[in-house]
Design a binder for this molecule. Sequence first.
Ligand SMILES: Cc1cc2nc3c(=O)[nH]c(=O)nc-3n(C[C@H](O)[C@H](O)[C@H](O)COP(=O)(O)OP(=O)(O)OC[C@H]3O[C@@H](n4cnc5c(N)ncnc54)[C@H](O)[C@@H]3O)c2cc1C
Ligand code: SF4
Length: 525
Amino acid sequence: MPREYLTSIDETIPRVHPHNFNKAVFILHDQLNLGAWPEWIRQEKPLLIFIESRKKGEELPHHKIKAAYVLSSMRHFALSCHENGYPVMYHSTTGHFDDGLKELIDLNQTSLYYMKPSEWDTRQRLQNYRQQAGTDRVREIPNRFFFADPEEWKDKIEPGYRMEYFYRDMRRKTGYLMDGDQPAGGEWNYDDQNRESLPKNHPVPDIPVVEPDDVTKEVMEMVSDYFPDHFGEFHSFPYAVTRHDALRLLDDFIDNRLDEFGPYEDALKTGDHKLFHSQLSLYMNNGLLTPREVCEKALHAYHTDDARLNSVEGFIRQILGWREFIRIYYEAMMPDVREANHFGFENKLPEMYWSGDTKMRCMEESIKPVISEGYSHHIQRLMILSNFSNLTETDPRELNKWFWFAYVDAYEWVELPNVLGMSTFADGGVLASKPYVSSGNYINKMSDYCRNCHYSVTKKTGENACPFNYLYWNFVDKQRDTFNDSGRVNFMVNMFDNKKSDQQKKEIRESSETFLDELERMGPG
Ligand SMILES: Cc1cc2nc3c(=O)[nH]c(=O)nc-3n(C[C@H](O)[C@H](O)[C@H](O)COP(=O)(O)OP(=O)(O)OC[C@H]3O[C@@H](n4cnc5c(N)ncnc54)[C@H](O)[C@@H]3O)c2cc1C
Ligand code: SF4
């Protein structure tokens, strides 16, 4: 693979020969924090190996901003390791990571260490490489980028074991927001205070933009050249790529947005796809920030009265609860869960997920920022994009792929459980108790989208009626077996059966059929 796009690395880091080192450590693109690696590495300063894999980049049409983020962060990290006195080897291969290692290392001279990858496929590749090379020459270090050890918990993952039980155990273990053995403020969960819509003209502080430097610009050129047809626009690059800048953004969130994170956690607003969300997932997911330091800064803000309890608890629950739980679910459910499709839907994704072109204001507002920045916030992902995919009877595996390549923070271990477990119910109820579906009412309550939409949220069926309205009841009707619980008829199924007239039912079915027939769809190819 040509090194024409590695000028900044080649000009700064002198070439070394791996066989001059008896120990080498392979660092993956999502393990960029030496503080999380074992102490001996910081003391002995062995050879650090970084590999850019072209094959990995080609497996899915990953957003160009995401590809640039991943590679630029890794290059900056390698450069900072070099500055800090580590011998560094930065390699690029047309193959996979294991191919790159085979190209580089003679294991008779050098023994290799790597940290267990979070993602399944890379893990399988490295474990096969290790088996072939000899487990005494290639050693696996447990993954230390999380709070919880999945081995301790993964046997519990089954229908009925909910995130809330796990989260309470993690609160007790870490002591976060605990008064002795009781939760701070007397409640484990302040969700009931965290469901406000955003008042008109309520100010929302901007997130600072980090301007791309020469290293990032070099990577951007390479990505445009190698992956011109990948998803997304590439006019700007707004993200931090160093720990130093990621820490600045963490402080900015704690100082300016954490306090109002809780109340407006579920809010949706035209023209703002971030609101009081932290936009820190991408930094935690590649190691620039650790989840522990993020939680501890939030806790500190609570203890110094700089942020209210319902905000801090809500924020910590997302990280200590959801993020950790999701990862344990992935460990317990892979690889079979990749094929999960409880409802048996086989449709491709609606075309609008590629272009953002639609008259549905809520969809447009949730897709366009993904195209331009690779990000939209949790409620847009869950209650708009996944909701619509469910109601349009889209194959959840198609949605899963889309979320994986379209978002800058997407790695399979965190994205897949959220899509196939939480938001589409594809796993049949292991992670969530019911499918996340709603009519336009919910979206109207939480947002200002409907005010400026071509469709009418108050109209239930027929031309110009909000599609969420009839599609929701169509879904409840068709998937009634999933809603009904152990022989008991669900409240919504009961509403459909007994509160809708035959004429209303007929109109719901007809409007849905017409909409679904006319919906343009498109696969990732
Ligand atoms: C369909 C769908 C797909 C998703 N795909 C991803 C993904 O690819 N990568 C990803 O990191 N998150 C994913 N999430 C979870 C969540 O939406 C994002 O973590 C969050 O929106 C990131 O933005 P933020 O940093 O501003 O989050 P905030 O709202 O500020 O939350 C704080 C942190 O909590 C963590 N968090 C919150 N909710 C979750 C969750 N459900 N699962 C795991 N961590 C959580 C994140 O690390 C996040 O940074 C997905 C959720 C859904 C419903
Ligand atoms: S009216 Fe329906 S389609 Fe339009 S923004 Fe509201 S919920 Fe979305």
